[in-house]
Write a protein that binds this ligand. Structure first.
Ligand code: ARG
Length: 457
């Protein structure tokens, strides 16, 4: 049956079969396909569309294929796709009885079902890896509250922060990713089976029963939309791309920090890669590749978007090209999350170098300005005064933290000892009491809500 170009027509040319086949990719969906078939069969049998005897034989056939999949012994015949391959296997076991299973079903709703199930499972897997990374980031944040380092805007030193605060920032990104995948899960939680090729069926089916058997929250609303809809896959690819952009940005921090120009971290020998020529090298290849692999994730999203954009309503064979990007996304995301967790766990921060980067500079200048504001100066005046003080320090090659009363008084008498106290580095961190800031109470709250995200996911 399967290799027939069209019902009753001649056999499909092998070149055409080879070009149009998706079996090499969609064989990965065989479990989803079998589960869908079992649910559909149960419904057909309960509604009297397939007689009980036939249904029993078909169920046994499907279960034996399932067992062979689990045992790793299944040989799939050379067919157009996994759906036809299963039907052809079933037909070789049962003869024409096998064909009863396809009543009120098309590969159009069948593939949509497989993909909904698949994306749902992938979300669950990604949640596991995301939560693991998030909780190790929270644990790390908890022990790094006394490590002070600069924060950066424009990759120039900005304000002093604790390392806990930086890790809490990474955690905030990942918490949004958990939200994004919850949305994907909700989008994928609809059963497409029963819409048939496009416009439904005249057979007395029960879509709600199939939905229940496959544990979907709802059934899709409109068959014409359903067979051409890959929005849930686009949402999945977008959530994945955005997550990979986050991991790429985190990785870039670590690539930078590992460079002697920053010198903030040391890579454990077990994760640092060498050079084939330069004997002294300890390269952060792991983090560079985490950064680079985000490209493939974005590529998957773009491939899907472009595949969809020119399609008219209804089913079009172009949709088969969704398989590459959809199937590649989950393993990519999980491998990145897992290696990043391993990598960060093997990084040690050099507390002295981190602190020196703050001490040698003037990252507390804003705190000096704010101390003047507290004495009643308008912020812009205070900003100018603090700026002049920083310039004087730079001319004298004195870090702002070491400025003397005499130097400050020579700039302006309003720069008294009380104001200069704001230039003390640990104080500059502790004073950031605003919600969302780097102050210890705020960071404690941030970590607490991240812990809640971990517990509820
Ligand atoms: N292999 C096809 C796909 O993945 C299955 C649907 C085929 N439908 C059709 N009318 N030719 O999209």
């Amino acid at each position: 049956i399967a290799k027939t170009a069209a019902a009753g027509g001649p056999t499909l040319l092998p070149e055409v079969l080879a070009f149009t086949s998706s079996l090499s990719l969609d064989r990965a969906l065989i479990r989803e396909d079998l589960l869908g078939s079992l649910a559909h069969l149960t419904m057909l049998s309960r509604r009297g569309i397939v007689p009980q005897e036939q249904a029993r034989a078909i169920r046994e056939g499907l279960v034996s294929i399932w067992d062979a999949v689990q045992a790793g012994t299944l040989q799939l015949p050379d067919e157009e796709d996994v759906h036809m391959a299963v039907e052809s296997l079933l037909t070789s076991k049962l003869g024409p009885t096998a064909g009863a299973l396809h009543a009120a079903r098309s590969r159009n709703d069948q593939v949509a079902l497989d993909l909904h199930l698949y994306v749902r499972e992938q979300c669950a897997e990604i949640f596991t890896s995301l939560v693991k990374l998030l909780s190790s980031i929270v644990e790390r944040a908890e022990v790094e509250s006394s490590t002070i380092l600069p924060s950066y805007t424009h990759r120039q030193r900005a304000m002093p922060i604790t390392l806990s605060y930086l890790f809490a920032a990474y955690g905030a990104m990942l918490a949004r990713d958990i939200d994004a995948f919850s949305f994907v899960l909700q989008q994928a939680d609809a059963s497409p089976l029963g819409v048939g090729a496009i416009a439904g069926t005249s057979l007395p089916i029960d879509r709600q029963l199939v939905r229940e058997l496959l544990a979907f929250e709802r059934i899709t609303a409109n068959g014409l939309d359903t067979v051409g809809d890959r929005d849930f896959a686009l949402d999945y690819a977008y959530a994945s791309s955005r997550l990979l952009v986050h991991t790429s940005r985190i990785a870039t921090d670590f690539v930078d920090f590992a460079s002697p120009e920053f010198g903030f971290i040391r890579l454990d020998g077990a994760i640092a890669c060498g050079s084939s020529m330069m004997p002294q090298k300890r390269n952060p290849d792991l983090f560079e590749l985490v950064r680079a692999k985000s490209g493939a994730g974005i590529g998957n999203l773009v491939t899907l978007l472009v595949d969809m954009k020119g399609l008219p309503s209804g089913y079009n064979r172009d949709l088969q090209e969704d398989r590459g990007p959809i199937l590649a996304t989950g393993p990519l995301v999980r491998s990145v999350l897992e290696i990043l967790e391993l990598g960060i766990g093997r990084v040690t921060f050099d507390k002295m170098r981190c602190l020196q980067a703050v001490e040698q500079d003037a990252t507390q200048a804003t705190d000096v300005a704010e101390a003047l504001v507290q004495k009643g100066l308008p912020f812009r005046t205070a900003y100018q005064l603090a700026g002049t003080l920083v310039r004087a320090c730079q001319d004298a090659r004195v870090p702002l933290a070491n400025v003397t009363t005499e130097m400050a008084q020579a700039v302006d008498p309003r720069l008294d000892d009380e104001v200069l106290a704001a230039a003390r580095i640990r104080g500059a961190v502790a004073r950031k009491t605003s919600p969302g800031g780097t102050g210890p109470d705020s960071v404690r709250e941030q970590l607490q809500s991240l812990r809640e995200v971990v517990t509820r996911t």
